[in-house]
Design a protein around this ligand. Structure first.
Ligand code: PSU
Ligand code: MN
Length: 306
């Protein structure tokens, strides 16, 4: 991949990378498509602050005017938040066209991993990843995020996978693709809004230093792929299981009725679940992102010491 020609690393991020200081990548689709305005902007700015408070430099990643950006200004974050779903949701297939046309794009987990790797950033914090959707055996709706995890050496720290996805099939896919799924302080895959899913993870890890060591070994071995760390939402912010499951089932039913498919599916489900729960799921979502940002910064600090 020769993204370099199109890559702009902001000065603070570039200096940190050059000096071997900890940097944490962040995605922009969570801002434009994952949450409503103005909570999206507020969350994105708080996440950057939490990363700084924990000793690392934040690099929010996006595509602006056909340039791949590692590190945004607060004004640029506001722009992505305000424009929301009017911004192109950019996956791997979109990069060439957006760069050639000089357009903007919000980076998903996939494209954030790609651009982070090109910039030399190893650790990336987000809320949730895409996965194998329920009904994928007929729709073939499997997020490009899973393929990217198999081929790009970036550690992705998330809160597990939501039950808008088929969690069992998502784990099977990751196994096939050689992606280790790590539980942070847990043996069970967290399900984003809840700490439990009924599915086990491949490994339990209890400290940022152990996460850093695992990722260092993956790099030393030149395995080429990423690592998925699933960090459970703090107990006090978790949603009641019945409430969230009912909201997700209702949202999926509406999604099917309306014939929504492709890249619109995940943003539609997230927005509907937030509406149905009267904003409760959004509050949980924001809290789990903060929790992941903290762990990512601590892990980046530990990784720099190796
Ligand atoms: N899950 C969330 N919030 C998000 C996303 C997923 O809880 O914002 C976004 C991420 O950018 C992820 C993308 O990479 O959705 C996956 O989209 P798709 O399912 O279309 O691959
Ligand atoms: Mn999809």
């Amino acid at each position: 991949m020769k993204l370099n020609k199109y890559l702009d690393v902001n000065p603070e991020v570039a200096a940190a990378i050059a000096e071997g200081k900890p940097v944490v990548a962040l995605e922009s689709t969570i801002i434009s498509h994952g949450m409503p305005y103005p909570q999206n902007v507020e969350t994105a700015l708080n996440v950057e602050r939490i990363i700084r408070e924990n000793g690392a430099v934040p690099a929010t990643i996006a595509i602006i005017g056909g340039r791949l950006k590692a590190g945004l200004t607060p004004e640029e974050i506001e722009y992505f938040g305000k424009k929301g779903q009017a911004i192109h949701k950019a996956s791997r297939r979109d990069l060439a066209l957006l760069c050639a046309r000089g357009e903007d794009g919000a980076t998903t987990v996939t494209t954030t991993m790609m651009i982070a790797h090109m910039a030399g950033i190893s650790i990336f914090a987000t809320g949730g990843i895409g996965g194998v959707h329920r009904g994928a055996e007929t729709t073939m709706d499997i997020s490009a995020d899973l393929e990217e995890l198999s081929q790009t050496p970036v550690m992705v720290i998330c809160a597990g996978a939501k039950s808008i996805l088929d969690l069992g099939l998502t784990l099977e896919y990751l196994e096939t693709k050689g992606v280790p799924v790590i539980g942070y302080g847990t043996d069970e895959l967290p399900a984003f809004y809840t700490r439990q899913s009924g599915f086990g993870v491949d490994y339990r890890v209890d400290t940022p230093a152990e996460l850093a060591a695992a990722f260092k070994a993956s790099k030393d071995l030149e395995l080429g792929g990423g690592m998925l760390v699933t960090n459970p939402i703090p107990e006090e912010y978790a949603m009641p299981l019945d409430t969230i499951n009912a909201a997700i089932d209702q949202a999926i039913g509406e999604c099917n009725e309306k014939g929504i498919h492709g890249k619109e599916t995940t943003p539609f489900l997230l927005a509907r679940v937030a509406e149905i729960t009267g904003g409760d799921s959004l509050a949980s979502n924001i809290r789990l992102v903060y929790n992941n940002a903290k762990l990512a910064a601590q892990t980046a600090v530990a990784f720099c010491k190796l």
